[in-house]
Unconditional design. Sequence first.
Length: 411
Amino acid sequence: MTRKIKTLGVSAGGRLAGELRKESQFCFAYDSNVNEGQCVSLTMPVRPQEYRKSVLHPVFEMNLPEGYLRQRIIERFRKHATVDEMFFLALQGDSSIGRLGFQSKEVERQAVVGMSLGSLVETDNPQLFEQLVERYLGQTTIAGVQPKVLVPENTEPKSSVVLPELIVKSAGAEFPGLTINEFVCMSIAAKAGLSVPEFYLSDDTRMFIMRRFDVSESGERLGMEDICGLIGLVAEDKYKRSYEQVAKAIEVYSEDPNRDLEILFRSLCVSVLVGNGDAHLKNFAMLYRDASSGKAWMSPAYDIVNTTVYLEADTLALKLGGTKDFPNRATMIRFGREHCNLTEKMAEAVIDECISAVEWGMREFADYAESVELEGRSMLGELGKGLGRLMKPEQKQKVWKGEVRLPKRTR
């Protein structure tokens, strides 16, 4: 891999959809024989004219690596290739999150042997995550700042797997206990009634493992686009805009707006309660089978963590009611009523269900949540503070203060 990649074939659902070129601008042109069902994005219907942009089109930019993974890829390949946006896309091949694939003769990949889920969960090898990165770094890429890698799952010994189905995350030195943190928060999200992917915490607590949710039970690749891309922004702008604008985008693209807006409201309630200041535009996404319909449904919830344990003065990732301050109960109810098509009674009920889920999580995962600590702040304490944001005055008198031991993992 020595030449600069200037052209990529782009497939949708396993069939050629068009060609992406990097000239003075990024240019995408649909193939002349493509049908409406092979749209590459909800925002890019099939047409004879090219789609030209000065920056990479959001649907293609969505899965480019950030932070840790981006730097590791640059270090691995920069001696032999021009590591730019086109290279990152070529590296994804047909394993990208979502239903798009990218083909280039400049990138060759070797068949790899996957890992069994059990070997990842039951590991006592402190070097395993680093070994996974070394083994699978050249296979595909995934968005996000946290150290993570896509791993093919083997269900049979010695079998080779093409599509990497497991997202494996680790915690960097800057955010100690982040894998435990995400496991606890995602468990709370599930208890609160949100759909979540299948996920695990490794026995040594060093890795958080999640099954990707853009593949149906029958093996069909689903289209996936985050809200950042759907409103025309790139990853650099993921902290811009507001939750009101997220709600508007969902209303535009959802096949069932009332259902999906309630999901948004429930998800935001959980984030407010657990102190998640990273619920940005890329952490809400929609799934679809046929982009030509222009309609989709909300994806399962993902990337929910408590951030205030690491950043004491952290705020919301996006504005709500004109501010990034964590909201109180009245503000949340108003958001639900004015932007999520909920009655006041419905909003109250969702908030109370989410409060009960956090209280459950504090009891069920007390030891884990207390072990996530930085500069005198513990995750357990931060969850307690979060409860106060949305509780009624009489509820605040009942905040749980006991201790209960918890199981090591959920199966």
